[in-house]
Design a protein around this ligand. Sequence first.
Ligand code: G3P
Length: 215
Amino acid sequence: MKLFVDTGNIADIKKLVALGIVDGATTNPSLMAKETRNPRDILKEICDLVQGPVSGEVVATDLDGMLREGRELATISEHIVVKVPFGPAGVQACKTLTSEGTRVNVTLVFSAAQALLAAKVGAYFVSPFVGRLDDIGAEGMELIGDIVQIYENYEFGTQVLVASTRSTLHIVQAAKLGADICTCPPAVIEGLFKHPLTDSGLERFLKDWEKAQQK
Ligand code: G3P
């Protein structure tokens, strides 16, 4: 399963890319709004750093606007994947941009029915939001299982990009369900490294080694 970093923060991306575990990146308007620089420049820098798929989202809500912004985003780098919000306009924009050779990530997906429509119009990625489903008392990971099964049934090429991840458990469950990608905030990726037994185990190894040196 691939790991993408879900942020527009260059310093965080640099730190994680250096670890060799980042396969791509995703952004959204809320994440971009936290940064001070021009979003286009940020996306370009992320593409150069990550050297893998980088999702940049349109903010238009009508078809023409989505197409205009999507085509402009696609000129930033060969790594750009245009992210469009799910809905009738997003679905049409996905079909048109895909037919022009631009890869599209259909986002804000909260049901298997929506994921089915995204696949039918050739989405490169579909982004179901697990954390936000959990937040309203639904079972976010159940949706991932459903989408993986539907895509397998019909051999859709759309990749399942699990978004709105909040914990290590989300990532492990996504991997068990056969999702293609998880996109995670930097803190969630850092959390994947942690285990108290690793820390205490290393401490014990080093103490034992030190004692042996004093003999
Ligand atoms: O990029 C979309 C998604 O990952 C948002 O996550 O935490 O705002 O629900 P969150």
